[in-house]
Design a protein around this ligand. Sequence first.
Ligand SMILES: [Zn+2]
Length: 479
Amino acid sequence: MPLFGPPVIAQLEAKRDIQGLIKALAHKDPTIRSAAADALGPIRDPMAVEPLAALVYDEDAGVRRAAVRALSARGGIRVVEPMIVALQDKDAGVRGVAAQAVYRRLMMDPDQEARKATAAALGRIRASDAVDPLIKAIQDPDETVRVAAVKSLATIGDVAAVAPLIVLLAREQYRARTTGRSSLTIERAAGQALDALCDENAIEALEEAFIHDDAEVRELAVRRLARIGSPLVAKTLEARLDDENPIIRRSAARGLAELGWKPPSQEVGALYWAALRDWRRCAECGAPAMPLLVGAFPRAEAHERSDILEALVSLGWEPSEPDATAAAFWASKGDWDKCVEVGLPAVEVLDGIVKNAPRWRERAAAAAALHALGQERPAPFARIQLVQHALGVLDADGTEDEKHASLTTFLAEEHQFEPSNKQKVEWCQCGYPSTRVRKGGARELITDLLGFEQSGEDPAIYFCPSCDTRLTAAGTQPS
Ligand SMILES: [Zn+2]
């Protein structure tokens, strides 16, 4: 073995001669420099980092590749800068190895400082192929890494980041609302990144966010779109006015409103006002409003139904099909016979009224209609036929005494009280029978004749179906 020959890397490695291997990194023969770098990789000695980092400037591409491999095996904050240099190497092979090292290793480094520095550096060099890894990094567990990734995405300027940034922002806003804790830094960074990215080029990317499951994401996307302030955007938003999803329809309409847009035709106008649930202005658009109003009617909240109904009536509409809309139409006009004529399609509408109508009279009428359709319900009336009869007596012509006499006979026949046992009936302030008083003076509600609401484990609360007064056995109470 020659005394001053080339160092035999395998021997240095076997002896774990780190000083010898580091010295070999400066050998004039590139194959020896490469071999020494490769040998130092798995040893991961901190002393080797600086000399290996210097080799990313080596004149030989093979050496530069070996240096990147060795640094990659070590990871950590100190290798970030040399790796970023290697990412911009003129040799494709070196760039490939560096990309692997950066995206598969450094972006997942256990040290968050290394992850943050990498994310920031990728933006600084505007690494266009870093967009995907940076998008992943905006979900990093460490906030400073997330912020660095967001800022770099803004600098790189690829619209592929738009939808993920909107999702990030939506999550942060959701967190702020539900827990009161959110990161203002993230919100601000994401907002600024979106400001930078959202121009006409981002329209398609924003449309991508329109189909996201989360309504908040869709809202943000539409608002961003509206802010671009280009005629192209108006077209996109307009096309969303008949989206199958009502939230998107409304978001699009709100976006158009923000643009100061005016409907170009009656058809579009009807869609626009329907999306905003302004039924009166929808109806002002004439015939195109009709199918929208009819379509919205069965699904509308009770308080909206009267608006829709009014709009439909103003357009001269009358039901032609025996469907749920017809049932709702007749029900809101109080024509219960016509409602029953509709048949089974009326059941759902009637059930809704029985559960939710603010007036007990309406609930009783709907329950009676259900009964007529053979659909008995256990609540909120125990015996709807008795209620219906009693309300009928109350509403008929005659004096109060005559009505009470008639109702007393009826209640005795129905075994609701026993006159032979000296029981008496007491009446609600409206004249409806509410309470039976036993011989000793004990009072109890005639529950079969009343409407009731059950709340969980608690006993039911009873109401006069005629005047909505809340009733207790001790007497009436203001409702
Ligand atoms: Zn009453």
